[in-house]
Design a protein around this ligand. Sequence first.
Ligand code: MLT
Length: 244
Amino acid sequence: MSATENRYLEVCFTPALIHLHDISNAVVVVIDVLRATSSMCVAFSYGVKSIVPVATIEESLAYKEKGFLIGAERNGEMLDGFDLGNSPFSYMDEKVRGRDIALTTTNGTQAMAAAKGAAQVVAGSFLNLDALCNWLKSQDKSVVLLCSGWKNSFNLEDTLFAGAVVAQLKPHFEMSQLRDAALAAEHLYNLAKDDIDGFLVESSHRKRLHKLQIDKDIEYCLTPNQSPVVPGLVNGALVDLLKM
Ligand code: MLT
């Protein structure tokens, strides 16, 4: 599909604002570049079967008894007693191949919950940028790019990724009245695109991860097109929609 055909493209800067968007006939792309949706993309490119995003640590623990690998992150750190954290590198491991995972993170999995009610929820990150954009173009649906932000406030890295998607999708979609967030995201992305890490250097979560000495996670998560997958929710679990 190449014409706009009344599909609109919107950006929502934080889950707290999602109620302003009509998502009932839209694909909501949940974005948590650092690092939840990046790790999800890596997990599927390393053969994970499904990921159930859960809101709480207790819910994640309960999945252990069902044979799942369990993952948890809070404030950037992995929690004791879990098999996995939220680093993309922890999913580059044979132990995840063919497995079901239950994952809870500070913001990314919460944003997935906020997108409940969408026609389809998918995960986006720089790692699956082109695969995601090609898939979105092929769908007969509007698109809402939902930035996970940090605890319901704006963040820069998710906004830059939203801008990268807007830059690719704009010719194929209409801009609705709620267009200014999309325009702002695209402008910021155009300013940042030649050195995204440098652009983010003063940003809050980048600084938090730097303090935790995981700059290699940041560098990896900002490298486009390492994971040609489209993780999407089907019956409450993410699967790679390109394999269905
Ligand atoms: C989140 O969901 O808030 C994150 O992805 C934080 C992180 O682990 O970097």
